[in-house]
Design a protein around this ligand. Structure first.
Ligand SMILES: Cc1cc2nc3c(=O)[nH]c(=O)nc-3n(C[C@H](O)[C@H](O)[C@H](O)COP(=O)(O)O)c2cc1C
Length: 190
């Protein structure tokens, strides 16, 4: 299987990073391929709403998003991980999602399937927030659901960890790292 892992946190060694590491540990690299993208390290311009993709389904912006498009098309499993910022996904994550507008056009305007794999695609959303307010998780989850459906991931699980603020504080959570590990294991069919 091909896994696509999208890490939307800028903080190295931070909570999202550690959860992503746990996700990666759950994937047997001999049996599965993994494409990992740290969105913060990539030049991904925000969508310009230029309309270029409406007719063609292709984004005219030549930047690192062009590496993510084929990975999005080919993945059997997509894992999206983001910290919660101002009750939503991080800007890095949201910029990537907005650039999926060509795939949205392809699916909903041109009625063309975007999937290049035979399997039923599944996803996992991992959210970390420093506050204990549910609204940040709800808003983030709504945007992430729109993303998953637009790229033809028809079902996904969500794991949310709130009240986790300091860098690495997720290590003190009683189950978080294991929860992510097990969720990814179940994505591999174990
Ligand atoms: C710009 C900014 C905005 C934030 N807004 C929220 C928020 O709205 N809700 C929340 O629960 N936490 C918020 N936080 C806290 C982060 O979600 C928290 O520190 C999280 O653990 C960061 O994850 P990371 O270590 O993977 O970067 C915010 C942090 C920053 C830097």
């Amino acid at each position: 299987m091909k896994f696509l892992v999208l890490n939307g946190s800028p903080r190295t060694g931070g909570n999202t990073d550690l959860l992503v590491q746990s996700a990666l540990n759950a994937i047997d690299r001999h049996s599965h391929r993994v494409d990992l993208f740290r969105l913060n390290d990539m030049n991904i311009r925000p969508c310009q709403n230029c309309g270029g993709c409406t007719d063609t389904g292709v984004c005219v912006i030549e930047d690192r998003m062009q590496q993510i498009y084929p990975a999005l098309r080919q993945a059997d499993r997509i894992i999206l991980a983001s910290p919660i910022y101002f009750f939503g996904l991080s800007a890095q994550t949201k910029a990537m999602i907005d650039r999926c507008q060509p795939l949205w056009c392809e699916k909903y305007i041109h009625n063309m399937p975007i999937i290049q794999t035979a399997t039923h695609r599944k996803g996992l959303l991992v959210l970390v927030g420093g506050m204990k307010k549910q609204i940040g998780a709800d808003c983030s989850a709504a945007t992430a659901t729109a993303f998953f459906r637009s790229v033809s991931v028809e079902e996904h699980k969500t794991l949310t960890f709130l009240g986790i603020d300091a860098r690495g504080a997720i290590r003190s959570h009683p189950t978080a790292l294991q929860d992510v590990f097990e969720a990814v294991r179940s994505l591999t069919g174990h």
